[in-house]
Design a protein around this ligand. Structure first.
Ligand SMILES: Nc1ncnc2c1ncn2[C@@H]1O[C@H](COP(=O)(O)OP(=O)(O)OP(=O)(O)O)[C@@H](O)[C@H]1O
Ligand SMILES: [Mg+2]
Length: 210
């Protein structure tokens, strides 16, 4: 059986990851692809509970390295519970966020640096990276405006100031610059339907290729 492809969606807060990745997944299913949608922490019981600790608005004094390790721990459990079994069954996995988010948020947003974050995540994932990553490119302030206009409840990381979100965006630029062919950049400042169409054709190219 052919192993499924692992595709992630990345981008700053409010770039449209959840909207676009779920729409793309629905369209792929309609088109007859075998695809599983997931998001970190992915409905994995243990991963979900670790994530609750990270995002609790009361945990304002969480140490940055503790935060980074908890994300990596949650990711590990999601990978082994959900992602790997699906790929092994030949199902493609579309995932809302993965390791690149940690490089951007903990590596740059929290100033830990990209390399230590890559190292702890390489341990957590056994070096597994997505086959392709769709980066939804939008300036930090536009993403934040979208979040503020929406009604989604803010978690601990949403409450950070613009400097944090600007650093996260710089982190994503670093991810794009160092990611080579793995990263496909899509202009996410366009109208949402256009972004979905562009992301869908990029993903279909990946699933139909090779
Ligand atoms: N291209 C777009 N143009 C305008 N609004 C958009 C666009 N894409 C998404 N939105 C809106 O922006 C808001 C945030 O979108 P969404 O939740 O998908 O972003 P996200 O990247 O998943 O954010 P987070 O990082 O907080 O999970 C939603 O209200 C969504 O409808
Ligand atoms: Mg989201």
């Amino acid at each position: 059986m052919t192993r499924g492809k692992f595709i992630t969606f990345e981008g700053p807060d409010g770039s449209g990851k959840t909207t676009v990745s779920s729409a793309v997944c629905e369209r792929l299913t309609e088109l007859g692809y075998s695809v599983r949608y997931s998001r970190e922490p992915g409905g994995s019981n243990i991963a979900e509970r670790i994530r609750d600790i990270i995002l609790d608005p009361d945990h304002t004094d969480m140490d940055p390295r503790c935060e980074a390790l908890l994300y990596a721990a949650s990711r590990r459990q999601h990978l082994t519970d959900i992602i790997l079994p699906s790929l092994e069954q030949g199902t493609h996995v579309i995932c809302d966020r993965f390791v690149d988010s940690s490089v951007a948020y903990q590596g740059f947003g929290r100033h830990i640096g990209a390399e230590p974050i890559r190292e702890i995540n390489a341990f957590a994932t056994d070096g597994i990276l997505p086959d392709k990553t769709i980066f939804l490119d939008v300036p930090a302030e536009i993403g934040l405006e979208r979040i503020n206009a929406g009604r989604r409840e803010k978690d601990r990381l949403d409450q950070e100031g613009i400097a944090f979100h600007q650093a996260v965006y710089d982190g994503y630029r670093h991810v794009v610059e160092t990611g080579g062919d793995r990263i496909v950049v899509i202009d996410a400042s366009k109208p949402v339907d256009e972004v979905i169409e562009n992301a869908l054709s990029a993903v279909r190219e990946i699933l139909d290729g090779e």
